[in-house]
Design a protein. Structure first.
Lengths: 310, 310
């Protein structure tokens, strides 16, 4: 089965007009949005907004420069009020919520939005979100639901109108059907699309089986990882752009300025650290990136547009 | 009555050896610490540690340079883990807890350590500590007690052994007898001295009447305020040092580096903002400050030493 076909198949389920089958003549999401069936559509998505001021400032600059066209916000983080203020003043900007259940750094930390004693399985002995989830960490889905609802409620209360939902560190995708179904239930209730990628179905079949006909599925995602050496950063993205497949791809990137705050906040390890995020910022705000998009005939789309295909 | 006399009087109550009276021959705290009765003793105290990385970095530098000799830490703030790590590694440093019940900035905020639903009177509609307390804000002393205990518990759990307690924005001194008595009760239980200044008794008589014989009372305090123009900063401190009275004085100062983080965190108003704190850092780490202390024959003391006079 080609990925394009699956997109058509899901869309077909969405419109509910025919039995499941090889309905290759059905419109893809791209087509519903007015693009050709073979269009290469790209979301350039910055994660972790709200985490620090350096992330907020770099994300805003990257959004305003056009190099990044979508981003998602961490409600429990200390700098959330700064980005909430910006989002409220810029309602056209494509901001989702980066639902957060971990506090993965050492010197700078955050905890739940819900009352701590109501989400006891999510917090460590000092009241912060767990630094990491170990195989022995029993995460209660009921408490995940309470916490996600608290984050969404605070976001709306502070003026954000999110265009989509996704999950910090992929926790809600990688930890079993129950947690993914919590996310799906809330997303349907709030009528918000969720970042889900077809390429993940092989590893986690419950992702596919938990989807409903209204759900949007992205075809591919690209993200940098610790195996890419700093001097190969641009090569990595250049290759990803040149090899971009038809359909919808989301680049999951992490931008920040590598200033005193960001360097201190991430100093215990280089992965997703200050220099890493500065490199992402530098590439995606570069003239080369814009030129590559033109050369490869890649169109940018964002979540508010995708939601129209629901 | 002279202030020196009151110090002697309270000490006399503390040792319980004589009836109250004009026991001017009793030892003052200074004398108990081995200084002369007319010694000019100074605590150079940096507030708000843990608030941001810029505050932590500047405070550590000022402590290590010797210009600041005591500081107090805000447990609910996002950068608390960084300073807790430092305090644990430097047990000789004079760190108290800056008990915190407000989140006074706009773009960067924090909330309680206790579960939010257990301290409902302390938080705003978004779950942060109140930006400010209005005359109509009903603060529940029971909830204050719960929150203060949670802050102290987290501090101990994360390795801090505080030398004293004080109160962010003076909330526990300025808002009635009940709140001050909560602080006193906890301080006695934990056997920790509390920053209380004799000069405050006129405005808030309940401070004096709530003290017990074991309590240490500082004679004077000096702090900069918005009436001092930036170009008069050094003049203000120079005059304060030259006019320092015998007894114990605490300079309450606020140091930070005026970098991107601090400037963004405090940008809605200049008072206690990034530039303000940079000026404090600059003065108290200057050669001039050290020379003034020598010229005026001022001795530095800190809270761990004062506690020995209890």
């Amino acid at each position: 089965m080609t990925e394009t076909w699956i997109a058509g198949f899901l869309l077909l389920l969405a419109v509910g007009s025919a039995p499941a089958g090889r309905a290759q003549n059905k419109m893809s999401i791209a087509e519903k949005l007015g693009f050709g069936r073979d269009a290469k559509l790209l979301i350039v998505h910055a994660d972790d907004v709200g985490m620090t001021h350096a992330v907020n400032a770099a994300t805003i600059k990257a959004l305003e420069s056009g190099g990044v066209n979508s981003a998602s916000i961490m409600v429990p983080c200390p700098w959330f009020p700064e980005i909430a203020e910006y989002a409220k003043a810029h309602p056209e900007t494509d901001f989702g919520l980066h639902l957060t259940l971990t506090s993965e750094r050492v010197y700078y930390r955050w905890g739940p939005v819900a009352p701590r004693d109501k989400v006891a399985s999510l917090v460590d002995e000092n009241g912060y979100f767990w630094h990491d989830w170990k195989p022995t960490t029993r995460i209660e889905p009921r408490e995940v639901e309470l916490e996600l609802r608290a984050q969404i409620e605070r976001a709306f209360a502070m003026g954000i109108r999110p265009t989509h939902l996704d999950s910090h560190q992929y926790r809600l995708y990688d930890n079993g059907k129950e947690l993914f179904e919590v996310l799906q239930r809330i997303a349907h209730e709030k009528k918000l699309p969720v970042f889900v990628v077809r390429d993940w179905f092989g590893q986690h079949p419950y992702l596919e089986s938990s989807l409903s006909p209204v759900d949007i599925v992205i075809d591919h995602t690209v993200t940098n990882d610790p195996s890419v050496r700093p001097e190969k950063w641009t090569d990595f993205y250049r290759a990803a752009i040149k090899n971009l497949q038809p359909g919808i791809t989301e680049f999951v990137i992490h931008v920040a300025f590598a200033d005193e705050e960001m360097t201190a906040a991430t100093r215990e390890r280089e992965t997703w650290g200050a220099a890493w995020r500065q490199r992402d910022f530098d590439f995606f705000t570069s003239a080369e990136f814009k030129q590559l998009l033109k050369d490869e005939n890649i169109q940018l789309v964002h979540w508010r547009e995708l939601a129209r295909a629901r």
